[in-house]
Write a protein that binds this ligand. Structure first.
Ligand code: ADP
Ligand code: MG
Length: 362
């Protein structure tokens, strides 16, 4: 059981600031995910916590003890890598037992611990196989068992599912999540896949350019993004540009392509802003609507695609402003053909406002 504290962590590689002043506490037993696009610093942060890299500045504590000067092999962390990293010439049993050998455990204790770890990842009976006799998913389970068998205080996982196919990825993320909760090991998990992050995490830190942009529960990150980067990286999001022309009592009227849209925020500065609204909150209607709860924008259906559980329309509202609208639970109605003139109905309380210049939430 361990909490982790990162204090002012920076790391520079030649020509690249990989981490810039990262400050974060990770609570005991949490499943904490670092989410962000390729190159944003996720692996660097994970490897710094594991002790494979030394930060240029700042401190890392585990259970209130600073571990900056403790070498990787003494840090009591289990690590699971993207590319399995199982030893090809060793059997499943030997792979899992490896971490225990270096800890000089007795034969009987080793046997029991390996058996437990293999049972945990559903590989009982595979002890004598070598990695080339296993599927990708099974190899990754060996990697998991090997990390967990040493009963680390902290489990670190770097995109462990990214080499698996889509269906297996979903199954294994549920298994990883269940296992983590059962064992209660504080876990830091790295992924670039926002859906995976939402599904698996207690908390998510969204990263960009070596900086943590926002930390929160999956719900908070999705519902209350602090800037346009987070808003667009997590889930699908539409953006429209407009000028605030009246920032009255409770709602503000904004001109988008000469049409007025109401938002729920008050006291917005009279300047250019970005309005963001998720496709699932929009709907297509035949007539213009404008009241305290809804606004609408006229447009033309430019594209429609039926993807089983929903229909996704792209509506061109002119001036290069396009809106994706999702129609869930499509009924027997035909797809609306390309070229149909429609209105997009926008609920006032579904709109998030961002400063056009800084991208910061208003
Ligand atoms: P992520 O895991 O989010 O894709 P990384 O942490 O691997 O990102 O990389 C962050 C940045 O640091 C990138 O610009 C990457 O090219 C650079 N970088 C990472 N590792 C090294 C290294 N060992 N040497 C030089 N540059 C590196
Ligand atoms: Mg990486």
């Amino acid at each position: 059981m361990a909490s982790i504290v990162l204090e002012g962590i920076s790391k520079t590689f030649p020509g690249v600031k990989a981490l810039i002043d990262v400050n974060q506490k990770i609570e005991t037993g949490d499943f904490f995910t670092l989410l962000g696009p390729s190159g944003c610093g996720k692996t660097t942060l994970l490897r710094t916590i594991a002790g494979f890299y030394r930060q240029d500045s700042g401190h890392i504590s585990v259970s209130d003890q600073i571990i900056d000067d403790i070498p990787a092999y003494k840090r009591d962390t289990g690590m699971v890598f993207q590319n399995y990293a199982v030893f090809p010439h060793m059997t499943v049993y030997e792979n899992v037992a490896f971490g225990l050998k270096t800890r000089k455990l007795g034969a009987e204790e080793t046997r029991i611990k390996v058996a437990n770890a293999l049972a945990q990842v559903q590989l009982t009976g595979y002890e004598t196989r070598t990695p080339d006799q296993l599927s990708g998913g099974q190899q990754q389970r060996v990697g998991l068992a090997r990390a967990m068998v040493i009963e680390p205080k902290v489990l670190l996982m770097d995109e462990p599912l990214s080499n698996l196919d889509a269906k297996l990825r979903v199954d294994m993320r549920d298994e990883i999540r269940n296992m983590q909760k059962q064992l209660g090991i504080t876990t830091i998990y790295v992924t670039h896949d926002q859906e995976e992050a939402l599904a698996i995490s207690d908390k998510i830190a969204v990263m960009s350019g070596g900086v943590i942009q926002q930390v929160g529960t999956p719900w908070e990150i999705y519902k209350n993004p602090v800037n346009t980067f987070v808003a667009s990286f997590v889930g699908d999001m539409n953006f429209l540009e407009g000028d605030v022309i009246d920032s009255g009592d409770n709602s503000v009227v904004i001109m988008v392509n000469n049409h007025k849209i109401r938002t729920a925020d008050s006291d917005i500065p009279l300047k250019k802003i970005s309005l963001a609204v998720r496709p699932e909150n929009l709907s297509i209607v035949k007539e213009e609507i404008s009241n305290n709860d809804f606004s609408s924008l006229p447009g033309v259906i430019e594209k429609s695609s039926f993807v089983g559980s929903l229909i996704r329309y792209t509506v061109n509202c002119g001036d290069n402003q396009k809106l994706i609208v999702e129609r869930h639970k499509p009924q027997s109605e035909a797809l609306m053909p390309t070229g149909t003139s429609v209105f997009v109905k926008i609920p006032v309380d579904a709109i998030l406002n961002f400063d056009k210049d800084t991208g910061v939430r208003i």
